[in-house]
Design a protein around this ligand. Structure first.
Ligand code: G1P
Length: 325
């Protein structure tokens, strides 16, 4: 199929979704449920990604899965018996919910036999691309970047400046060791693009010590990559943690003269990859939910009041009996 601009308005047909991780931070739930299927209110993270990919105008979701994690792909199946039962019972809203994922994207499973790193996972997806795809998007399902639409902004930057474009956020320096960190330069002053939101990347380093980090702008789960990334991935050696790092392939492309820019995201971001980020994401989506929002707001207010009362009582007790602590 040809990659016509009307079929894919931002030139992106395939979105690569690495979903082969073990989900160790969500054990014991992830013994049987892949973390990408954990619901944010009622919708699994992988379906939120499919929604974002669909809005971008992409049509193929290349999901990188581990051999024992095929349930992620099942989420995109048709479920005819369930649809029939719900239809017979007149539960049409639920029918739409069952059918939604499959309507959003055409999923393709790409198996990663061993967890050899994010770069290795992304590299495997080359096998499902058509010859005429010169750019791919990568969306990490651990990262919710809100409001949706940042990859559209990144595509506009690629249209103007060429090359590859990544999404960045500015984090406190002590947090940079969790991320790929950008070494940046300002774009030319006569550019039409906003200099506070678009910057040129002159280097990238995976999870540096805060003292060594070239900036506090870090990669946050959305990449618009020139097809040359696959060649670069084949040429790099294992990096941080002994893994094939996407960051290192991007750094190699930069060194070889490939233009790389960042779009600085100023909206919200949730890290669904661990409970400390997943719980606030559920609260955020829950509070915005038309059905659950008002009740959740009351419930959270009551829970906070209880905890504060308990904390106050504990502090008063400690003050009365200081030796017991
Ligand atoms: C990965 C990337 C890192 C990036 C991060 C964003 O790390 O390797 O460069 O900043 O995603 O979430 P991970 O979170 O998989 O350790």
């Amino acid at each position: 199929m040809s990659l016509s601009s009307s079929a894919h308005p931002h030139g992106v047909k395939t979105v690569i979704v690495p979903a082969a991780g073990m989900g160790t931070r969500f054990l014991p739930a992830t013994k049987t449920v892949p973390k990408e299927l954990l619901p944010v209110v009622d919708t699994p993270g992988i379906e939120l990604i499919a929604e974002e990919a669909n809005a971008l105008g992409a049509t193929r979701l290349a999901v990188i899965v581990a051999p024992n994690k095929q349930e992620v792909m099942r989420h995109f199946e048709q479920f005819p018996n369930l649809v029939e039962t719900l239809t017979e019972r007149g539960k049409f809203e639920q029918v739409a919910k069952v059918q939604r994922a499959a309507k959003l994207m055409t999923p393709v499973a790409v198996e990663q036999a061993k967890p050899l790193g994010l770069g290795h996972a992304v590299g495997l997806a080359e096998s499902v691309l058509d010859d005429d795809e010169d750019v791919v998007a990568v969306m990490l399902p651990d990262d919710l970047v809100l409001p949706m639409g940042v990859v559209e902004k990144m595509a506009a930057v690629r249209a103007e400046l060429g090359g590859s474009v990544l999404c960045a956020v500015d984090v406190p320096r002590e947090e940079v060791f969790n991320y790929g960190v950008f070494d940046i330069e300002e774009i030319p002053a006569d550019s039409d693009l906003p200099a506070d939101k678009v910057k040129r990347v002159v280097g990238m380093v995976e999870k540096p010590d805060p003292a060594d980090a070239p900036s506090t702008f870090v990669a946050t789960g959305r990449y618009l990559l020139d097809r040359g990334i696959f060649d670069a991935l084949r040429r790099i050696k294992p990096g941080k943690g002994g893994e094939i790092q996407l960051t290192d392939a991007i750094e190699l492309m930069i060194r070889e003269g490939h233009p790389v820019h960042i779009v600085v995201h100023e909206g919200k971001r949730h890290d669904l990859g661990n409970p400390a980020g997943y719980i606030p994401a559920c609260v955020d989506f829950g509070l915005s939910h038309p059905t659950y929002g008002p009740g959740l707001r009351r419930a959270i207010t009551a829970i906070l009041a209880e905890h504060e009362a308990a904390d106050t009582a504990e502090a008063a007790g400690a003050a009365q009996h200081p030796t017991q602590n």
